[in-house]
Design a protein. Sequence first.
Length: 241
Amino acid sequence: MKIRIVGSAHRLKTRQGFLVLAKMLVVKPKTESSMQMVRVGPQHCLKRLPGVGKILFGAVLLLRDVVGWSAAEVASLLDVSASSVTSALYRARSTLAARYPATDRAARGVEPGGPTERRLLERYVEAWEAADIDQLTLLLRQDATFPMPPAPVWYHGRDAIRAFISATILAGEARGRWKLLPTRANGLPAFGFYRRHEDGLTYTAFAIQVVTLESGLVADATTFGFPQLFPSFGLPESIPG
């Protein structure tokens, strides 16, 4: 599928223009580097890209590896040479690959789709739906991360995540506030989060959360606040209460 980018190249090469584009492209990254940009959030990754040209590097990475444009197409849009695009893509991939190295999930002790993963995810869903903060916390690694793109928020560590969830998502009498439906995203387990409607009769689409597992625990839970993405994951926009 071709994505049409509307707007001037000058605006795209600004920080705000880059972040607006990034928010549109959270579903189908094609490389490990662009997957990391999606997972931890474009604003966080932008800080890791090299030098004064980091906006250009980020735009090239998104357009080449997420949108799937050719070097010539990207060069034409950004008003730079094709060789500059190739160089920027190489530097962006190399930088993010070094910062967020790819690892084999099976080697981490979680076989994709295996019984350990299934049981862990079942417990994870049960904890969210029951608003069991203690159980949810126990399922997190000590160094777990909890980004929420496009919001510039990124919690690190079990204690920080617990404090945030307790004060916001699961604050008050939260049992039954959320329902989760399973899906997959970027080869990882994911869930559609549904929030209970005020009428108590339905739950409406709220966010997609993508979960990374390591050593039998949740290492990262990235929550994308884009309910309009639900159809792309085969999820309904609402479910019965």
